[in-house]
Design a protein around this ligand. Structure first.
Ligand code: ACO
Length: 324
């Protein structure tokens, strides 16, 4: 017998305000046709002026808890993967704990940019499978609109705001690939590639929040190769062939990357969950938001084998195999 970490409930939150490609064409020199052809993005959401990332995180968390049959009173661990925290400190997770009304427990943020949700699941697995948490909330929540340089058409059209969450709980298993729960991970970071994707500000350097900077073509090239390697490593770590996976839930950066990775792995495109058209790149929120969409429309079902993969600033990247 082993203790697995099972994903029990998923939730998502998208701000009300929709920003279309046509809206952005009024801000920078771009077009709906260019954005759709190069990225697959049609629209994205933008957080309201009075909102904070913790507000979006709380909405996603409430939905995940309800679907898991739990309440805030059950939560003993909160990990928020975010690169756009409410404040430099305290951690957004601590603010979420307060707003949810969850009891004293463990709460902290995790910063791995777009790979944050996969990293956070791995950290939660460390707590849950060792008996240190009985009800963990793993949240990806981002207001990427707050990091944009609205004069840079190469980046400002790509990102959106939102939050997604899952509840992770202990589950007895046999130690086989039939077990429900997190089965295998591959996490990577190459800090030498910082210049390809970063934010040019921070508390200990400029004292300002800064703007996102990206060498898009080079990130694109790394993404396809690196993600495919991590997917194969996570599948090997889980002990399952990539071909056995029912659904691929990629980080939603660019439709061409999603299809490029699928092609490299020999995975049919109809197994790939894609929400990039309507969410754009919501960084750490994108995987749980995509999972939420596919659970809600009935594609993802209990018992199925899922593979999540991501790549982001750092450069960081990684993948996770789980059975729902
Ligand atoms: N509208 C119109 N034209 C544009 C736009 C725009 N929004 N943006 C760039 N262009 C122009 C460029 O100026 C360039 O013009 P030029 O040839 O006259 O110089 C031309 O389009 C081609 O630019 P490229 O950068 O070569 O275009 P590319 O096909 O590479 O697409 C893109 C750019 C969409 C950014 C792509 O490189 C990409 O998706 N990269 C990866 C992004 C990503 O996955 N990031 C990872 C995660 S993000 C995170 O972790 C925070």
């Amino acid at each position: 017998m082993v203790t697995r970490s099972a994903v029990r409930g998923v939730g998502g939150y998208l701000p009300e305000r929709i920003v279309t490609n046509a809206d952005l064409a009024e801000v920078v020199e771009t077009s709906d046709a260019w954005i759709q052809e190069r990225t697959g993005i049609r629209e994205r959401r933008r957080m309201g002026e009075g909102q904070a990332v913790s507000d979006m995180a709380v909405e996603a968390a409430k939905q995940a808890l309800e679907r898991a049959g739990r309440t805030a009173a059950d939560v003993d661990l909160i990990i928020v993967a975010t690169t756009t925290p409410d404040l430099t400190f305290p951690a957004t997770a601590a603010i979420v704990q307060r707003k949810l009304g969850a009891p004293i427990g463990i709460a902290f943020d995790l910063q791995a940019v777009c790979s944050g949700f996969v990293y956070a699941l791995s950290v939660a697995d460390g707590f849950v499978a060792r008996g240190l948490s009985r009800c963990a909330l793993v949240i990806g929540a981002e207001a990427m609109s707050r990091l944009m340089d609205w004069t840079d058409r190469g980046t400002c059209v790509l990102f959106g705001d939102g939050a997604g969450a899952v509840v992770v709980e202990p589950e007895p298993g046999q130690g086989t690939t039939d077990d429900v729960g997190l089965l295998g991970f591959a996490l990577r970071c190459d800090g030498n590639k910082q210049d390809l994707l970063y934010v040019d500000g921070g508390p200990s350097t400029t004292g300002a929040v800064g703007h996102l900077r990206m060498v898009g073509q080079q990130v694109f090239r790394h993404a396809v190769v690196n993600i495919a390697e991590a997917v194969e490593a996570a599948a090997a770590n889980a002990g399952v062939p990539v071909a056995a996976v029912d659904w691929f839930i990629p980080h939603q950066a660019n439709l061409r990357i999603l299809h490029g990775v699928a092609h490299r792995l020999g995975v049919s495109e109809d197994k790939v969950i894609s929400t990039v058209a309507t969410h754009a790149n919501t960084s750490a929120a994108s995987i749980p938001l995509a999972m939420n969409a596919a659970v809600e429309d009935g594609r993802i079902k209990p018992g199925q084998l899922l593979l999540m993969e991501a790549m982001g600033g750092g450069l960081t990247w990684g993948a996770c195999v789980l059975r729902l």
